[in-house]
Write a protein that binds this ligand. Structure first.
Ligand code: SF4
Ligand code: F3S
Ligand code: FES
Length: 243
């Protein structure tokens, strides 16, 4: 028997001085294989064309549809309503700047974070298209690939109590990014350069081990492993670098 779903959705348009934050309620009949993204699309088409939310890929790849679903950050496009109760509350991700309703600006935060951690391979090597790049061993390439799967959805930041208290905290996504370059043998940054980035309260010392980041990551990135890895690197810094 298909259920009638009740959606309580946060509404606010910061661009409109007359807008006041409030919740709106919409009722929708459940259909087979309905995702939250499909439900929101139908609400917008059939009931309220002004409803704002973001999406692009609809396949859990672009990270743009993250929101708080019944109290937990997640992706609207890969959340099936059959896994949720009949009453569903949707809020925008906290921490990020609100664009309107369920839409937030994660891009500005991620761009600034990538600039802070200098998210590129630092090397003196001059690119020569005629010369093949030295082959990386498979285990290292797989480890890097695993960490490169971050889709910048912002769920780990929205779920992190430290990030909520400390706006300049790099968060699990930022520390994951640094771990990714730390294990990359092409990156020639020195121990001191890495420690200046992570050895402070904005970096690994700010993390209080709350663990919510890994719990909510829709790509199941091994974020706790990276936080432990960075802590060990700091602790073992007297030993030869990049062991
Ligand atoms: Fe999203 Fe996971 Fe990347 Fe955090 S680490 S931004 S939760 S994909
Ligand atoms: Fe935050 Fe994850 Fe650390 S939730 S405090 S980054 S363990
Ligand atoms: Fe791209 Fe959901 S629409 S991850």
């Amino acid at each position: 028997m298909p259920r009638n779903l009740t959606f309580n959705i946060f509404r606010y348009n910061p661009q409109d001085p007359a807008s006041v934050p409030h919740m709106d309620t919409f009722v929708l009949g459940e259909t087979d294989s309905m995702t939250l993204f499909i439900a929101l699309g139908r609400i917008r088409e059939e009931q309220d064309p002004s409803l704002q939310f973001d999406f692009c890929c609809r396949a859990g790849v672009c990270g743009s549809c993250a929101m708080v679903i019944n109290g937990r950050p997640g992706l609207a496009c890969n959340t099936k309503v059959k896994d949720l109760p009949a009453e569903i509350t949707l809020l925008p991700l906290p921490f990020f700047k609100l664009v309107g309703d369920l839409s937030v600006d994660t891009g500005t935060w991620f761009r600034e974070m990538y600039q802070r951690v200098e998210s590129w391979v630092h090397t003196e090597r001059v690119f020569d298209p005629a010369q093949e790049e030295e082959r990386m061993d498979n285990d290292t390439a797989n480890r890097i690939y695993e960490l490169d799967r971050c889709i910048e959805c912002g769920c780990c930041i929205a779920a992190c109590g430290t990030a909520r208290m400390r706006k300049d905290f790099l968060g699990a996504a930022g520390l994951n990014r640094l771990a990714r370059f730390l294990i990359d043998p092409r990156d020639q940054r020195t121990e001191r350069e890495y420690f200046e980035l992570i050895g402070n309260d904005q970096g690994i010392f700010g993390c209080m081990g709350l663990l919510a980041c890994e719990d909510v990551c829709p790509k199941r990135l091994p974020l706790q492993d990276q936080l432990g890895f960075l802590r060990r690197k700091m602790a073992l810094s007297v030993l030869p670098w990049k062991k």
